[in-house]
Design a protein around this ligand. Structure first.
Ligand SMILES: Cc1ncc(COP(=O)(O)O)c(C=O)c1O
Length: 242
């Protein structure tokens, strides 16, 4: 049983299928149709909670619903991605090492949108230890810039900007916060497909929009890294393809 706005729901549905567990994914109804279909395709049950313009409130309701199910049935396990330390550990022990293996030379900048905060915390901690001079940016959607002190509304950069400050987020790891509008995220994701042949999702556009600004700030000869969390095929039903 897991509340999520990102791709974890799909991953958990797959794990449930392989392990033979009954899996229930609880998501805001503002996430893409493709996510819902993929989850059900893997045999998981889906509960949609209405997002009436406040993603933080909606995610909170998703979490409460999962915890209530756990209270009612002791066999229920809620992975709790927003507070599960294994989330960060996977990025520390795998993603960060893959990045260092694949990037030649020092890394001067790193940025990532924050959903659970696992990516920026895990990768950020490893990169900062290896390259103490690195500049790290936390990236937030304009309509859910909770770290930057903005208002929480709803937005299309699904997977990040869930309207809460996740307990596993290391707030010491980033140097600045960069805010990206839905339009900029979508436009950048489209440019990634057209100009680079990289078919990716909207939060990848968010990350690359911020990475370009960070690269401009750091200047020529510097290496900036970010991640592209998922693929464009999960967004046919969203404004990315309008
Ligand atoms: C599409 C997408 N983008 C970004 C993220 C953010 O990553 P994190 O939860 O590690 O902060 C997620 C999380 O799963 C995601 O599914």
């Amino acid at each position: 049983m897991e509340p999520t706005s990102g791709n974890q729901g799909i991953g958990l549905a797959l794990v449930g299928a392989v392990k033979g567990y009954r899996t229930v994914i609880i998501m805001p109804d503002s996430v893409s149709e493709e996510r819902r279909k993929l989850i059900q395709h893997c045999g998981a049950e889906l509960i949609l909670i209405h997002d009436d313009g406040d993603i933080g409130k909606c995610i909170d309701e998703c979490i409460k619903r999962a915890l209530k199910m756990k209270e009612e049935d002791p066999r229920v396990y809620v992975p709790q991605q927003f507070e599960n330390p294994n989330n960060t550990l996977v990025h520390k022990n795998h993603t960060a090492l893959e990045i260092m293996e694949q990037v030649a030379g020092p890394i001067h900048g790193f940025c990532s949108g924050i959903g659970t905060g696992g990516t920026i915390t895990g990768i950020g901690e490893v990169l900062k230890a290896k390259y103490p001079f690195i500049e790290i940016w936390a990236v937030e959607p304009e309509n859910a810039a909770i770290l930057a002190g903005g208002n929480i509304g709803t937005h299309v950069q699904m997977g990040i900007g869930d309207g809460l400050i996740p307990p596993i987020l290391n707030k010491e790891i980033y140097d600045s916060i960069y805010v990206v509008s839905d339009e900029e995220a979508i436009e950048t994701a489209r440019r990634l497909a057209r100009d680079e042949g990289l078919m990716c999702g909207i939060s990848s556009g968010t990350n690359v929009a911020a990475a370009i600004k960070l690269a401009e700030k750091l200047g020529p000869g510097k290496t900036v890294v970010t991640v592209l969390p998922d693929t464009a095929e999960r967004y046919f039903s969203t404004p990315l393809f309008e």
